[in-house]
Design a protein around this ligand. Structure first.
Ligand code: BES
Ligand code: MN
Ligand code: ZN
Length: 485
């Protein structure tokens, strides 16, 4: 990852490009705080130049102004921050958009006086590129970012946290962007284990024989159609004297064809159906790097959902890890089956809190779109996690789990059906299915990230095309909250 450090705001600027903020106002574009030294080096002509270039200061507007040899830096990159330059997420997005426009540079300096954590996080997140499968040479990565700010212990701590958070988001994006011919349960388990080793975390990988011994009926059934057999990965961070014990669970379907109920649309995007798994693996490693005083175990079921002669069928009745039986109504509702097993295993450790993330339903995309994560579960933890996520710059919205809808999941033969007999509310139905595996009084939250996990549109702010790393920052922020930070 690109190195990021502080630079004294009064020192001479030496960089290939300098980023300044532009605020939109009724009087036209204005320079955001921190731009003065840059403007001074250019004879205070920056606003005139911005107006001439048609800049307004609106979000995701990046204006490049060459300095024609008049300054010790060749380029000013003015990034729109919208009307409020103090709002952290606007800063994060604006700085991210600027850095995304600066690939190929060596040293970028940021002259924006705004919350340092947001500046650093936006800058680092904006530098992401997934080039593993590009055979022709790509531009060399940016080597150095400096941010104009006085050095102080709080500033150093903010930079350290931003690096750890960005590394976690990058790790999740890399897992997700790796195609399913290379990332399948066995290889995903190996890569997750390698990532956990960077923080010396303890790792347990259950192979298909261990899954059978452990009676993980949901994971085994979903994974039975593929020659790439399933795994269950458990990664634990155990500090001394933890203030709380947190279970993370993530859906790790390395490819979701739908199984025998094969998908008829958008199948290719189902390379991202392990985004919940990627988020919790990245988050537990980040929580360890941050040395938060909470014990965390990520429990990650990994399976590939394919049709074949050995595949599970609609109408199968499965016995899950905890002994509950499930009637399979549709093999494309596979996420809840692997999650039920993962949740059952996680609960055997008696965690204080359980946070689960998954690309669970197309209904989430219908209801909330591609920007907003749906949060369901026990109201206390649900609202706490949603608040932490929103404060960290992700959009998280609480959704209900109405008791009235539970009867739709009744099965004539099994304890529960995997689909509801009632129409509509598919996101809530999936949440209610998971609720059946939670004991009374357990604080838990389910984050449906089906829409936000994968950006099929163009790159924007600090968000690239493809994997976004959705839920990583929310889970880290929630852990900080639960740790009392
Ligand atoms: N992985 C999908 C959900 C999904 C859809 C994620 C679109 C991201 C984008 C999930 O396994 C699935 O297929 N869900 C079905 C459930 C249905 C069969 C009850 C769905 O949403 O259609
Ligand atoms: Mn599916
Ligand atoms: Zn799926």
């Amino acid at each position: 990852m690109t190195a990021v450090s502080l630079a004294d705001p009064s020192a001479q600027i030496a960089a290939d490009a300098v980023v300044v903020g532009v605020v939109s106002s009724s009087d036209g574009p204005q320079l955001a705080p921190g731009a003065k030294p840059v403007d001074a080096a250019l004879g205070t002509r920056l606003v005139t130049a911005l107006k001439a270039a048609g800049a307004s200061g609106k979000p995701d507007e990046v204006t490049k102004i060459p300095t024609l040899g008049l300054a010790p830096f060749g380029l000013v990159v003015a990034t729109g921050l919208g009307p409020d330059a103090k709002q952290s997420e606007q800063v994060r997005r604006g700085v991210g958009a600027a850095l995304r426009a600066l690939t190929g540079k060596k040293h970028v300096h940021i002259a924006i006086d705004a919350p340092l954590d947001a500046v650093a996080e936006g800058a680092l997140l904006g530098t992401y590129a997934f080039t593993t499968y590009k055979s022709s040479a790509t531009k060399p990565a940016l080597r150095k970012i400096t941010i104009a700010a006085k050095s102080a212990p709080a500033a150093t701590a903010a930079l350290r946290r931003a690096r750890i958070v960005a590394e976690a988001v990058f790790a999740a994006r890399d897992f997700i962007n790796t195609p399913p011919n290379d990332l399948y349960p066995e290889s995903f388990a190996a890569r997750a284990s390698e990532h956990a080793a960077t923080q010396k975390l303890s790792v347990e990988v259950l192979d298909p024989r261990a899954l059978a011994r452990g009676k993980f009926g949901g994971i085994l059934a979903v994974g039975s159609g593929s020659t790439r057999l399933p795994r269950l990965v458990r990664i634990t961070y155990r500090p001394t004297n933890p203030k709380a014990r947190i279970a993370l669970v993530g859906k790790g379907i390395t490819f979701d064809s739908g199984g025998l109920n094969i998908k008829t649309a958008n199948m290719a995007a189902m390379t991202s159906d392990m985004s919940g798994a990627a988020a919790v693996v990245a988050a537990v490693v980040a929580i360890a790097a941050l040395k938060l005083p909470v014990e965390v175990t990520a429990t990650v079921p990994m399976a590939e959902n394919l049709p074949s002669g050995s595949a599970y069928r609609p109408s199968d009745v499965l016995t899950m890890r905890n002994g509950q039986t499930v009637e399979v109504s549709d093999t494309d509702a596979e996420g809840r089956l692997v999650l039920a097993d993962g949740i059952a295993r996680a609960l055997e450790d008696d965690p204080d809190y359980l946070i689960e993330a998954s690309t669970l339903t197309g209904a989430q995309v219908v209801a909330l779109g591609t920007r907003v994560i749906g949060a369901m579960g026990e109201a206390g933890l649900r609202d706490r996690v949603a608040a932490a996520g929103n404060a960290a710059g992700e959009l998280v919205w609480a959704m209900p789990l109405p008791d009235e809808m539970r009867s739709g999941l009744d099965s004539p033969f099994a304890d529960i059906s995997s689909l509801s007999s009632e129409k509509g509310g598919g996101m809530l139905v999936a949440g209610l299915f998971l609720a059946d595996f939670m004991p009374e009084g357990q604080p838990w939250v389910h984050l449906d990230i089906a829409g936000p996990a994968w950006n099929s549109g163009g790159a924007r702010d600090y968000t690239p095309k493809g994997a976004t790393g959705a839920a990583v920052r929310t889970i880290i922020a929630a852990a900080e909250d639960l740790a009392g930070r």
